[in-house]
Design a protein around this ligand. Structure first.
Ligand code: PLP
Length: 410
């Protein structure tokens, strides 16, 4: 084997020398962001209640996602908690969530005193498996939280049909799905409430930040109250009618987000073009399994590019071995989630510790085993969104690295 065919991790030459050919940087900004931030600075209005940026951002983001109302907040985790509180979900209630997601999707349910009920994902979409939702519904079930994981919309037709049949609320966790579309409709307000994150890694970024959107005015007003220490929009300043907290975003973040939002359509289109091109290249490599295509997904946000691999086609190398070898070739990648029900907080909740509500059904989380989720956690590789902002040559490097390892190891 010559030096360029030998894996870099075994002493060969890397496919990509990242010092000489770096991946596209993230975040992306220029003078427009500088000006927006300085304008807030010099206005002396740094606070949501004083300035105009927060309100303008809420309006612009909601409109972009085809929703009537937006309530900006500190982060995507808070947005989920606010959504649940706005719906009056709490002690003793059950909320259905997938186990293959960021912890916040389920921890928010615990945080309001309700019980997360994990429903397995489908291995070829990585999203909640609609066929498994109904068997998890009980008289205590109040809501479903489909997550548009990796930027791929969940099957909203199926989710809405089940929710309608059983009288359940739907919260779309769209933290990874800015600009994504299901059958031509942007995600977020397809269900009752949609929540988004603007944390640094997300496709729309202000370091931290969040928003929830809705077409239901009552829910939006309730969410506004929870975000603004229990005030009501039309009430007096010292009038706190419901239990809330302070979840407000600063004017600096809103100003930054307004400029970043203008970049989002072009960035989304570029990621999509590269993702389609990368799929075509990876399809040719033995042992690579790509998520199923679905014509109802009219825009995939590609927050991540996930793919699975068959160990036999890669000389039985483990996921950790594959990741280490890909990193050595110069390709940024990671293994992603562990099944959420294995996280310590759920074991503690099952043991009755902490803020756990004793009225709820006690779920033995550590004993759960959801097979599709566990299989995906063992063989799924994530590529980050910023490397999809590059050129055709960038995606060719990714495919070349994977193909090189496959051929060297088979
Ligand atoms: C990032 C993320 C969140 C939480 O957002 P933060 O702003 O980091 O609190 C929630 N759900 C999913 C699916 C996420 O990816």
């Amino acid at each position: 084997m010559n030096a360029s065919d030998r894996p870099a991790i075994e002493g060969g030459i890397p496919v990509r020398d990242v010092a000489r050919k770096p991946w596209p940087a993230w975040p992306i900004y220029d003078k427009a962001e500088e000006r927006a931030l300085l304008d807030v600075l010099h206005s002396n209005k740094w606070w949501y209640m004083e300035g105009a940026e927060g309100i303008a951002f809420e309006r612009e983001f909601a409109a972009f996602h085809e929703a009537e109302h937006g309530v900006a907040c500190t982060n995507g985790t808070a947005a989920l908690e606010i959504a649940l509180r706005a719906m009056g979900i709490g002690c003793g209630d059950e909320v259905i969530v997938p186990p293959y997601t960021f912890v916040a999707t389920a921890s928010a349910v615990l945080a309001v005193g309700a019980t997360p009920i994990f429903v397995d994902i489908a291995g070829d979409t990585l999203n909640i498996d609609p066929a498994r939702i109904e068997e998890a519904i009980t008289p205590r079930t109040r809501a479903l939280i489909p997550v548009h994981i990796a930027g791929r919309p969940a099957d909203m037709d199926a989710v809405l049909a089940i929710a309608g049949k059983h009288g359940l609320k739907v919260i779309e966790d769209a933290a990874q799905a800015h600009a994504a579309e299901w059958k031509g409709r942007r995600v977020g307000a397809i269900g009752d409430i949609g929540t988004f994150s603007f944390q640094a890694s997300k496709n729309l970024n202000a370091g931290e930040g969040g928003i929830l959107i809705s077409n239901d005015e009552e829910l939006a007003d309730a969410a506004w109250s929870v975000t603004h220490v229990g005030r009501v929009r039309s009430g007096r300043w010292y009038e706190h009618r419901v239990l809330g907290s302070n979840f407000r975003l600063t004017e600096f973040q809103s100003a930054l987000l307004r400029v970043q939002l203008r970049r989002l359509p072009e960035q989304t289109a570029r990621r999509a073009e590269n993702a389609v091109g990368l799929r075509a290249l990876l399809q040719e490599i033995p042992g690579i399994a790509l998520p199923r295509e679905d014509a109802r997904i009219t825009c995939h946000a590609n927050h991540l590019f996930p793919f699975r691999y068959h160990k036999e086609a890669f000389g039985n190398r483990s996921l950790q071995e594959l990741l280490a070898a890909l990193l050595a070739e110069g390709v940024p990648c990671s293994s992603g989630y562990v099944p959420l029900y294995k996280e310590g907080m759920f074991a503690r909740a099952a043991a009755g510790e902490g803020a756990w509500c004793r009225a709820g059904r006690r779920i033995p989380y550590p004993e759960l085993s959801l097979p599709e989720c566990e299989a995906v956690c063992a063989d799924c590789v994530w590529l980050p969104q910023n490397i999809l902002l590059g050129s055709a040559s960038d995606r060719e490097d990714i495919a070349t690295a994977i193909s090189k390892l496959q051929q060297a190891w088979i």
